[in-house]
Write a protein that binds this ligand. Structure first.
Ligand code: ARG
Length: 408
């Protein structure tokens, strides 16, 4: 028997049942769903739908579900259509008749988006400490590598000398912006939809400000159609994850190149590399390659969400059930990738002698031009003069730093 089968004459096809079932994915929302139910029970009591005794019984039952969940003993039935149905079935089985009152004035449409907003808010919040873990590793490196001069590149051509610390700190500051993006996405998610019902609001006087406070939202949705239909908060969160993935991928790419024999600037720790099944000499920077590879998922999940939404009118369509998997995947991967990157940065060995050997004296050409500017020459002229000196060095096969004063 289904909770909605009153008007149906024929059973759902088993394939349709499997196709429609979202429990394997949305069971992740169990804690949020129970919290939302507990707050809703209080709102129903305030609205006079539940007596205070009924409300207490229902809330005690939810409390015990939370405990079982924490102990890993809360189980669902394969037949539960989604997490909302599963939680409501358990309630009704345990408290009997009064459990059947919990779904008053609400729909799964406002319920699912409330659960999901709570989940997204927590998930985004928790990303900060992971990013800060990587930032701490970068700061430590920057302190340790303060004496190391490396060639700075543009176009993958040696450009100007920089401190290796300067490079690590570029990563640090870019991550600061990623945190801002996550904070902004969290603010977008922070809106309490309950009371919107399926689309047109609740037929009972529920105290929405109370619900928002109880659940930790700082504001309530203004429009019920928007509340059940909107998923821009998911899109924004996925965009933040994509941006983070792209950033990590770029730094991974640099370190992969630097760990090649041709560059030889760094060597990854054995613990963060893998070998080849065929070539005994190989040590591959797989940790970094996977960081780069997994960013494709983050970009893909953002594209997936955008295309899920673009054809949808208002309000709720079952298409929206596909939103969670994209988010969970990006979230899980972002966490893993950040943790791995922090360990790689902490353990990577910097090969200072090889770096020193690679420094091309031409790296100082701009400083020479600046020197002439200091002596009163206009920069364009100084650029040309040093350009001529560079050409002379190339022609004579002389390093720039070995020219004598008369030659200069
Ligand atoms: N499992 C559904 C989802 O994730 C819940 C909402 C179902 N609503 C409906 N009207 N069938 O979107």
């Amino acid at each position: 028997m289904k909770m909605w089968d009153g008007r149906f004459a024929v059973e759902t096809d088993t394939l349709m049942e499997k196709f429609n079932n979202s429990l394997p994915v949305d069971r992740k929302l169990v804690k949020e769903d129970i919290s939302v139910n507990m707050a809703w029970a209080k709102a129903l009591e305030k609205a006079g739908i539940l007596s205070s005794d009924e409300c207490s019984k229902i809330r005690a039952c939810f409390e015990s579900m939370l405990e079982e969940y924490a102990q890993g003993t809360l189980t669902f039935d394969a037949g539960d259509e989604d997490i909302h149905m599963a939680v409501e079935r358990l309630l009704t089985e345990r408290v009997g008749e009064i459990g059947a009152r919990i779904h008053t004035g609400r729909s799964r449409n406002d319920q699912v988006v409330t659960d999901f907003r709570l989940y997204v808010m927590d998930a985004l919040e928790e990303m900060h400490s992971l990013i800060e873990g990587l930032q701490r590793a970068l700061l430590k490196r920057a302190q340790g590598d303060i004496e190391t001069i490396i060639p700075g590149y543009t176009h993958l051509q040696q450009a100007q000398p920089i401190l290796l610390s300067h490079y690590w700190l570029s990563f640090f500051w870019a991550l600061e912006r990623e945190k801002k993006r996550l904070t902004h996405a969290r603010e977008t998610a922070d809106m309490m939809p309950l009371g919107s019902g399926a689309l047109a609001g609740a037929g009972f006087c529920v105290d929405r400000d109370f619900l928002a406070k109880e659940l930790g939202f700082s504001r309530v949705s203004e429009n019920s159609l928007d509340a059940v239909a909107s998923r821009d908060f998911v899109l924004e969160a996925l965009s933040a994850f994509a941006s983070l993935g792209i950033l990590l991928s770029r730094y991974a790419e640099d370190l992969i190149v630097w760990s090649s024999r041709e560059f030889g600037f760094v060597e990854l720790d054995d613990a963060w590399s893998t070998g080849s099944s065929m070539m005994p000499q190989k040590k591959n920077p797989d940790s970094l390659e996977l960081i780069r590879g997994k960013s494709a998922r983050a970009i893909g999940n953002h594209a997936r969400m955008a295309s899920l939404l673009k054809g949808l009118g208002l309000t709720y369509f079952k298409d929206l059930q596909e939103d969670k998997d994209a988010f969970f995947d990006s979230h899980e991967n972002a966490g893993m990738v950040l943790a791995v990157f922090a360990r790689v940065v902490e353990t990577v060995r910097v090969r200072t002698e090889d770096i020193e050997r690679s420094l091309d004296p031409f790296l100082l050409a701009t400083d020479l031009a600046d020197y002439l500017v200091g002596r009163g020459m206009p920069f364009r002229q100084a650029h040309r003069v040093i350009g001529k000196i560079v050409a002379y060095c190339i022609q004579e096969s002389l390093p720039l730093n070995k020219l004598t004063l008369p030659e200069l």
